[in-house]
Design a binder for this molecule. Structure first.
Ligand SMILES: *Cc1c(COP(=O)(O)O)cnc(C)c1O
Length: 233
């Protein structure tokens, strides 16, 4: 099977899952955006995804993302989501190519991104920031504690970033539904202060149904579409 056919099949299977999850939740399919996470996969896969109609892709490492995107023919047609943990010293680099940053989780990073935006960013639009919330009690996958999310959202809203909403990764080994229910509460608290911050980025290959059930607006899916990730050694 060609790589194009493999990816087409993966996409179709995930689309069916999203559709079924939306139907079960009584939600419209167009409330949910699929972000295909292309980390570890070559730029040719991104071109194939683009040919198949995908316009949102996700990357999680600055160096890999900037290299892959630099000479991609379909680049200007894509919305690029940065979903990985982000060091403050990479803020300037990420702002050169990312349209959305899902992993804003501390005041120092907010300040670094704000400074980076004074230097410049891609395109004419804004850079959207999501507050990453830790749902595992701070076990190291990034994210601000749920009780600190509103204060961090307030800080984002005072910068040149556009506050888009919240993001989380379900804790390993925990029931994803409970985690995403907690994220929804945090999202509601953030929206009380910032009504425009409606995005909820949650759900990956193994738990996208639970995420849709709990109000996710953005799913970040890699393996279920592209296959298991090649190791870069
Ligand atoms: C890799 C990654 C994903 C996609 O995970 P899959 O299990 O491949 O679907 C989603 N979110 C983040 C933050 C990631 O790093």
């Amino acid at each position: 099977m060609s790589r194009q056919d493999e990816i087409r099949q993966g996409l179709a299977a995930v689309d069916r899952r999203i559709e079924a999850a939306c139907e079960a939740a009584g939600r419209a399919r167009d409330e949910v955006t699929l972000v295909v996470v292309t980390k570890f996969f070559p730029p040719t896969d991104i071109e194939i995804l683009h040919d198949l109609g995908i316009r949102d892709i996700g990357e999680n490492k600055d160096q890999e993302a900037s290299a892959k995107l630099s000479d991609l023919a379909c680049r200007d047609d894509l919305t690029v989501h940065f979903v990985g943990q982000l060091q403050s010293n990479k803020a300037t680099s990420v702002c050169r190519y990312a349209d959305v940053i899902h992993s804003v989780d501390r005041p120092r990073l907010v300040r670094a991104l704000d400074r980076a935006l004074q230097v410049g960013h891609r395109g004419s639009g804004e850079v959207t920031a999501l507050v990453q919330v830790s749902l595992d009690g701070g076990a190291g996958r990034g994210g601000v504690a749920p009780e600190d999310a509103v204060a961090l959202a307030d800080a984002v809203a005072e910068t040149a970033l556009r506050l888009g909403g919240v993001m989380a990764v379900a804790p390993l080994g925990a029931e994803p539904g409970a985690a995403f229910a907690r994220l929804r509460e945090v999202s509601e608290a953030v929206r009380e202060a910032h009504p425009g911050a409606t995005w909820v980025s949650a759900g990956m290959s193994d738990d996208l149904e639970e995420a849709v059930a709990h109000g996710a607006t953005h799913l970040r899916v890699g393996r279920a579409i592209l296959g298991s990730r090649p190791s870069l050694g």
